[in-house]
Design a protein. Structure first.
Length: 272
């Protein structure tokens, strides 16, 4: 694969108006990359660009990944300004806490449309620009629950599971074109994700649990450079990090452990 040089490269970050996407855009700018920042909230992107050392070198773009025309228009803007694209961080996503048997049609469509179809649209529109650059890197932002479904997040887990299948196929399909496809699986992260998620907020993680979004952003930058197939966050001994592996070997054991963990969390959230 072609070595990925951050300085002077052009990288698109979707969902860049907050959380992991925002911090990834900041880290890229500090590394000397030119950043195309995409999100629905263009005002936030413009505010972010204003904090950069050379704002004119970067591009805020209004993009709604659930709208194919919006995605196509955004990539035309990137091509018009930069003439190429070296990397894509497909970070835009939504979540919610619903038991599988209670999730509504609207919520199911919203989650899959954003987290799966939105990623495919970005890959589809981005590959021609990556080819123009002679290759590049695509990073899909999944989750640790994309390797093991957890209670209350079945539809969200399913949407993140799908990214691994997409990445496995696309990685082989694009290898001869010097385009690598990687997946990062963050764990609990301090961001606006939990505030904007829908459903049972009582099932959300306790305040203070997880890691800063800046740490995940740094891991994404490293992944852009290394092109590794997959990276998982969380501490080495955290049970969720190994949940996907343990499930394959001892599925009933992992079920029992997760049942206890989430029952305890429910009890704790009820006492808050």
């Amino acid at each position: 694969m072609k070595p990925f040089q951050l300085r002077g490269s052009v990288v698109l970050v979707t969902g860049a108006s907050s959380g992991i996407g925002n911090d990834t855009a900041v880290a890229l700018e500090k590394s000397g990359a030119r950043v195309a920042m995409a999100a629905r909230r263009i005002d936030r992107l413009q505010e972010l660009r204003a904090t950069f050392q050379f704002p004119g070198e970067h591009l805020p773009i209004r993009m709604d990944v659930t709208d194919p025309k919006s995605v196509e228009s955004a990539f035309r803007e990137i091509d018009a300004k930069f003439g190429k694209l070296d990397g894509i961080v497909a970070n835009a996503g939504v979540g919610g806490w619903y038991p599988v048997h209670e999730v509504s049609e609207d919520e199911m469509r919203r989650t899959i449309e954003t987290n799966v179809y939105g990623v495919v649209r970005c890959i589809r529109a981005g590959v021609p620009l990556l080819r123009k650059a002679g290759g590049g890197t695509i990073v899909l932002v999944s989750s640790v629950v994309g390797r093991r479904g957890v209670p209350g997040m079945g539809i969200y887990s399913a949407s993140k599971f799908a990214l691994h299948g997409l990445a496995d196929a696309a990685r082989i399909e694009l290898a001869r074109e010097n385009i690598s496809v990687s997946v990062i699986c963050p764990g609990l992260t301090h961001s606006e994700f939990h505030q904007s998620a829908t459903g049972d907020k009582g099932a959300s993680p306790p305040k203070g649990e997880g890691e800063p979004s800046e740490a995940v952003a740094r891991a994404i930058i490293e992944l852009l450079q290394s092109g590794k197939p997959e990276v998982h966050r969380m501490g080495a001994l955290h049970p969720k990090r190994w949940a996907g592996v343990i499930t394959q070997i001892f599925p009933k054991l992992m079920d029992r452990q997760l049942e206890k963990y989430y029952a305890r969390r429910k009890t704790e959230s009820g006492s808050r």
